[in-house]
Design a protein around this ligand. Structure first.
Ligand code: URA
Length: 293
């Protein structure tokens, strides 16, 4: 065989061999990646099952979901407030008032996650030691419902910058879709970043927001989520994806329904707070105007 023919044959053989090898490698990598994803999903499903099974075992829950930095069991006062929020009979006005009270309690839980330092102060009677926050806070609101907690958080953190995200969930797929963000220039300056998100369902919206914040330079360990009502599905996801964040909430509910609403939940928080749910549009206006709608 001529030398050039031999080289050609070797090259062809090489291409075929490399092609097969490449195919095998690609297939193996893809199946590895798929296998990894599958085992992650399986692990998440197992943890979810265990969390739901042990939903009254405070100690077990704290071990399984270390990102949660408050009690899983609401206080009696929180239970009373939650009953009012959940009740369909509560008007928009009542819903807003109760949301404000719950937000106050959430601020207190957030502050328990923040570093403090001791300072000397003078009272009218004597000198003593007192506490102050050690560092500043940045607020992040996920519109619309995150804005419902914002007034109260601004009241307690009057100097905080406020970043905003608009992520809408596709009502058919329940998947989050990015729409808008305006981020404070100091968001990644090392301050604690408190995200207000009253309802955590699948956790998909928060996953998107935290990923975007991290891309902007925010450290995961500086993030604190403040939520009213969280589903185990969402908490389990966030616990897996962002193990260094902290989250506080008023209550962890039972589960999600097939439409990805929290059960027992309270319906759409934004609609109830802003008075835009179908039923409330009719219920909250004067009867003669209601007839014209
Ligand atoms: N968002 C809400 O407002 N309510 C839910 O139940 C789930 C997501």
């Amino acid at each position: 065989m001529m030398a050039t023919q031999k080289t050609k044959l070797q090259t062809h053989f090489g291409i075929i061999r490399n092609g097969i090898l490449g195919f095998i490698l690609t297939a193996t990598t893809a199946s590895n990646a798929w296998g990894k994803e599958e085992s992650r999903t399986e692990k998440r499903a197992q943890l979810l099952e265990e969390v739901q099974l042990k939903r009254h075992d405070e100690k077990a829950l704290a071990e399984m979901l270390p990102i949660v930095r408050c009690s899983f069991k609401p206080s009696t006062y929180e239970e009373i407030l939650m009953a009012q929020l959940r009740n369909t009979q509560s008007s928009t006005k009542q819903f807003r008032l109760v949301s404000e009270k719950i937000s106050d309690l959430l601020v207190s839980k957030v502050i328990d996650c923040l570093p403090t330092k001791t300072v000397e102060i003078e009272t009218p009677v004597t000198r003593c030691r007192g506490k102050v926050l050690d560092g500043k806070v940045e607020l992040v609101s996920i519109m619309r419902s995150g804005d419902a907690l914002l007034d109260t958080f601004m009241w307690h953190f009057p100097e905080a910058n406020i970043s905003k995200f608009l992520i809408q969930r596709d009502e058919k797929t329940a998947k989050p879709q990015f729409k808008y963000m305006k981020i404070s220039p100091d968001v990644a300056s090392g301050n604690y970043v408190v995200i207000t998100e009253p309802m955590i369902a699948t956790g998909g919206t928060l996953e998107m927001v935290i990923t975007l914040l991290k891309k902007k330079g925010v450290q995961e360990e500086k993030i604190i989520i403040a939520s009213v009502c969280a589903a185990p599905e969402g908490i389990v996801l966030l616990n897996e994806k962002f193990p260094k964040i902290k989250m506080v909430m008023t209550t962890m509910d039972e589960k999600l329904n097939e439409r990805k609403y929290i059960v027992p939940g309270l319906g759409d928080f934004g609609d109830r707070f802003f008075g835009t749910s179908e039923k409330q549009l009719v219920l909250n206006v004067e009867p003669n105007i209601a007839n014209e709608l």
